[in-house]
Write a protein that binds this ligand. Structure first.
Ligand SMILES: Cc1cc2nc3c(=O)[nH]c(=O)nc-3n(C[C@H](O)[C@H](O)[C@H](O)COP(=O)(O)OP(=O)(O)OC[C@H]3O[C@@H](n4cnc5c(N)ncnc54)[C@H](O)[C@@H]3O)c2cc1C
Length: 291
């Protein structure tokens, strides 16, 4: 079993920054990533609010942070952490490809897209149902598509899709913001009730007590994000929404276990706060393993 001083779960901006700081402090560090290093921001086409980087893509920013972390010696392991035994002094992490041992662990699993929660949604994922307009929008050039959601993610998705597709229906359970594009139709106070076809061919919904079935080639679910902490089995204290509760040094309710980034209960989930959390968690973890 490979032994590390600090193992970080998740190579988003929080996990990569933690990896950068902890390895620069001379610790043996692994960052485990189940997909691509970079996390959520990878698919964002335009980032203008990261300090010192006035205009960039999410991929460019996260790739630089990955390079920086690796240059200080952080080892990025592409695998999924399935189980974590965190209560004892020696922490054991079970990955698909084996088991790792750590003296401190930083939880930086971020957040994933919130599903609609209706029948056939997961069966249609990748066959017309998508959670990432910037990743999949181009597949639906000149087709009619639908965006479900009314918040920031939905607005970004509509603005991204409108120039590419033939028509965008944007569906929200309450009021929707105004859109200036001619090919955007808003359907307010609506609830999506069923998905038809394989791949997706139409979406049924009820709006103001009237049932409609709208033919579309894609449904982009843009309801924001939720933390993926259920698999921790209650090992660390969570809030009612599943976010990890930490103190200001990113310490969780378990000794030697820290959390950073969007997975943590906090007000502002952005790159700059994810990076700051990662640096603080790394410093606290380094102090902890020195004891
Ligand atoms: C559409 C959109 C636009 C945004 N635009 C901006 C913006 O313009 N500016 C800004 O500052 N912020 C923006 N954000 C917010 C920003 O992307 C996040 O706050 C930030 O990326 C969070 O980083 P993180 O490291 O905490 O989590 P994430 O980026 O979610 O990274 C977590 C990583 O952990 C991995 N992981 C999860 N579970 C496991 C496991 N069990 N085993 C191994 N790996 C695992 C995931 O695959 C993922 O790569 C945007 C977010 C979205 C969704």
């Amino acid at each position: 079993m490979e032994k590390y001083d600090i193992v970080i779960i998740g190579a988003g901006i929080a996990g990569l920054t933690a990896g950068l700081y902890a390895s620069r402090a001379g610790k043996k560090v692994a960052v485990i990533e189940k997909n691509v290093a970079g996390g959520q921001i990878l698919s964002v086409e335009k980032v203008v609010n990261y300090p010192g980087v006035p205009d960039s893509t999410g991929w460019e920013i996260s790739d630089k942070v990955r390079e920086q972390a690796e240059s200080f010696g952080a080892e990025i392991i592409y695998d999924t952490v399935r189980e974590a035994s965190l209560a004892d002094e020696t922490k054991i992490l079970t990955l698909d490809g084996g088991t790792l041992q750590a003296r401190a662990v930083i939880l930086a699993m971020g957040a994933g897209p919130k599903p609609l929660g209706i029948e056939r949604e997961s069966a249609l994922a990748g066959s017309g149902v998508s959670y990432c307009a910037t990743c999949d929008g181009a597949f639906f050039k000149n087709k009619d598509v639908m965006v479900a959601g009314a918040g920031k993610t939905a607005v970004e998705d509509v603005n991204y899709l409108a120039p590419i597709v033939s028509k965008v229906y944007v569906v929200g359970e309450n009021n929707l913001p105004a859109f200036s594009q001619d090919n955007v139709e808003r359907i307010e106070k609506a609830k999506i009730t069923a998905l038809s076809g394989m791949p997706l061919s139409s979406v049924k919904l009820t709006a103001a007590s009237v049932e409609r079935e709208i033919p579309v080639s894609a449904l982009f679910v843009a309801l924001g994000t939720v933390p993926d902490t259920a698999w921790l089995g209650g090992a660390v204290e969570l809030d009612g929404k599943g976010y990890i509760i930490t103190d200001e040094n990113m310490a969780t309710s378990l000794k030697g276990v820290f959390a950073a980034g969007d997975i943590r209960r906090k007000e502002l989930r952005q790159l700059v706060t994810a990076a700051a959390d990662g640096a603080i968690a790394a410093q606290a973890a380094v102090k902890f393993v020195k004891k």
